[in-house]
Design a protein around this ligand. Structure first.
Ligand code: GRF
Length: 191
C-alpha cells in the first residue's frame, strides 16, 4: 500500500512536530516525509534531524509566491500538510492545491481567542484576562482566514484561579501532544 506522505510546517520549537514524528514512526499507512519551515534557526529543524526526517527552509517570499513551495511538495509527493506552530498565512494557491488536506492546531477553544496575532502566550494571557473557567485546543482544516476552517476536534482543560498564562500553556501543550497525532491519523484515514 502507498503511504500518505505528510509535511509538517513549523516555525518554532516543534514539540508538536516531535510528538507527531514519534507517533507515526512505524505507522503502516502514514509517513512523516518532511519538516518545512520559514525560520532557519527554528529548533524544529534540529528535532527533525534527530529523527532522520528531511527538512527544508523557504523564505517568506517563497511562501507568499508559493511556486517553489508547491513544486517542492509535488516533487516530494506530499499528500497532506500539518501546520504545527506555523506562523505565516497559507496562500490561497496552496489551499487550492491541497483542498481539505491542510490541518492546523490552535491553543484555544475557537472561535474564542483566535485570529491574527493570537499565538503563543498571548492566547493564554487573553484567556486569563477574560476570566475563562476552561480553555483547550482546536484542530481544524485550513482555509484562507486565520483559524476559521472546519473544526475537526476540540479538547478542554480547566482554568483554575491559581493558574497563570504559563501554567495554562503547559496544560494546553500536553493536550496538543496527546490528541494531535490521533486526530491526524483519523483525518488521513478519511482519504
Ligand atoms: C502550539 O501551541 C500550537 O497550538 C500553536 O503553536 C504552538 C506550537 O508549539 N499553533 P510547538 O512549536 O509545537 O512546541
Amino acid at each position: 500500500m502507498t503511504k500518505s506522505r505528510i509535511a509538517i510546517f513549523a516555525s518554532g520549537g516543534g514539540s508538536n512536530a516531535e510528538a507527531i514524528i514519534k507517533y507515526f514512526q512505524h505507522h503502516n499507512s502514514v509517513e512523516i516525509a518532511a519538516v518545512v519551515s520559514n525560520n532557519p534557526s527554528a529548533l524544529v529543524l534540529e528535532r527533525a534531524k534527530k529523527f532522520g526526517i528531511k527538512s527544508v527552509v523557504f523564505d517568506k517570499n517563497q511562501f507568499r509566491e508559493c511556486d517553489d513551495v508547491l513544486n517542492w511538495l509535488s516533487e516530494n509527493k506530499i499528500t497532506h500538510i500539518v501546520l504545527a506552530g506555523f506562523l505565516l498565512l497559507i496562500p490561497q494557491r496552496l489551499i487550492e492545491a491541497y483542498p481539505d488536506k491542510i490541518i492546523n492546531i490552535h491553543p484555544s477553544l475557537l472561535p474564542k481567542f483566535g485570529g491574527k496575532g493570537m499565538y503563543g502566550l498571548k492566547v493564554h494571557e487573553a484567556v486569563i484576562a477574560a476570566g475563562e473557567k476552561e480553555t483547550g485546543i482546536t484542530i481544524h482544516l485550513v482555509n484562507d482566514h486565520y483559524d476559521e476552517g472546519k473544526i475537526l476536534a476540540q479538547e478542554k482543560c480547566d482554568v483554575l484561579p491559581s493558574d497563570n498564562s504559563k501554567s495554562v500553556a503547559e496544560k494546553v501543550l500536553q493536550l496538543e501532544h496527546r490528541h494531535f497525532p490521533t486526530v491526524i491519523e483519523r483525518w488521513v484515514a478519511r482519504g
